[in-house]
Design a protein around this ligand. Structure first.
Ligand SMILES: [Fe+2]
Length: 386
């Protein structure tokens, strides 16, 4: 089997490394840059500091904050218009996964005009866009180091997964100090999303020798640090480890793949308006239990790396320990049950199951899962998570 590993040209990490943004942008020969910022951070001091430093390099800037948490094609097209009006030649994207996805797609859209639906799927972006500098403020999606963006097509009400190497940011600036402001539920949900990236990348049918160690390193960091980052939000070491783990989770899954959890999470998130991290978090334990039998050895390796079971214990025992730990983690982080996220309306939930199962299968992600499920099994899994 051949494998290819894509990553940003440069990844900068460490507390305070955001101060390097202006130098890095300058080294990309930028003259005018659109700064795509999560609206929550529009007036944050650190954004003003980055902007001022960039302008001191003689690079003109404009802020773009006109997008929503689950960003839409209309948000991206609005940004692409602003990019063109500014005559920009680079993008800085600052925020959670939504801001980074919007920044990445504004670049793709600026180079390839027209509706975004044309890019849905795999490798369908014709021309490379301008350089993108990605600065995450959460420790979760890993979007700063992935070839993926998830954008809602408003005409069809579908969350489009757009995967293309041209979406890989040019530079990732991973400064854990920017994650201190995350409230506890967000820390939990995006943290379990990052864990899902590590686990799915490792058990995926597309896992390879380059992604395996990155995925395991992501998983063991989260095992050692997520509870601390949640319980003690100001803990430097835990926040730093979680930022690195999220980055590694992104690198791992974008060069391997995600699997069934993500396949089911996208339609669930769309229909019930759940943020990506939350919809993955509620599904991870049940989907992992279902999938264990398809790849006992790989799941056992994960459990051993986390030291959840002794090296001598059989795969079945290690797999069981992993499943139990995932349940415990969700309880400890106060991740709700699915019924609590969906307003408890079981009738509406049941009515949507066939469509959610069909949309999950259509996304392609379940086909990489250790057990490739039938639609009826996906429905059963949604019910189990309820
Ligand atoms: Fe994810």
């Amino acid at each position: 089997m051949t494998a290819r590993f894509d990553s940003p040209q440069a990844i900068v990490t460490g507390g305070g490394c955001r101060a390097q943004a202006a130098d890095l942008l300058s080294s990309l020969h930028a003259h005018r840059t659109l700064i795509v910022v999560d609206p929550y951070f529009a007036s944050a001091d650190f954004v003003s500091e980055i902007r001022a430093a960039v302008e001191r390099k003689g690079i003109a800037t404009e802020l773009f904050t006109d997008f929503q948490p689950d960003p839409t094609d209309q948000n991206v097209l609005g940004g692409a218009q602003r990019f063109a009006a500014l005559g920009a030649d680079a993008i800085v994207a600052i925020g959670g996964g939504s801001a980074l996805d919007v920044g990445k797609m504004i670049g793709a859209s600026a180079a390839n005009p027209g509706p975004l639906a044309q890019f849905q799927g795999y490798h369908r972006i014709p021309k490379p866009g301008p350089p993108v500098v990605a600065v995450p403020t959460t420790a979760g999606t890993g979007s700063e180091a992935t070839k993926v963006a998830v954008i809602t097509d408003t005409a069809r009400n579908v969350k489009m997964m757009i995967l293309d190497a041209k979406l890989m940011p040019t530079v990732a600036i991973v400064d854990y100090e920017l994650t201190f402001s995350m409230p506890k539920p967000l820390t939990a949900h995006v943290g379990v999303d990052a864990l899902t990236h590590g686990i799915e990348a490792y058990v995926s049918r597309k896992a390879n020798a380059l992604t395996d160690p990155v995925a395991l390193s992501c998983i063991t960091k989260i095992h050692a640090n997520l509870r601390t980052a949640w319980a003690d939000p100001g803990n430097n070491a835990a926040r730093e480890a979680m930022s690195l783990a999220a980055l590694q989770g992104g690198l791992a899954f974008t060069n391997s793949s995600v699997c069934l959890v993500h396949g089911m999470s996208r339609p669930l998130g769309l229909i019930f308006r759940l943020p990506h991290g939350l919809s993955n978090s509620v599904l991870l334990p049940a989907v992992t239990r279902f999938s264990l039998a398809g790849s006992k050895e790989r799941y056992a390796e994960i459990a051993h790396a986390m030291q959840l079971a002794s090296e001598k214990s059989p795969d079945d025992v290690a797999c069981h320990a992993l499943a139990e730990w995932l349940d415990d983690l969700n309880r400890a982080l106060e991740v709700p049950r699915l019924r609590d996220c969906c307003g408890g309306d079981v009738e509406k939930f049941r009515a949507t199951l066939p469509k959610m199962a069909a949309d999950a299968l259509e996304s392609g992600s379940p086909q990489n899962n250790p057990i490739v499920p039938e639609a009826s099994q996906i429905i059963e899994l949604f019910e189990r998570a309820w």
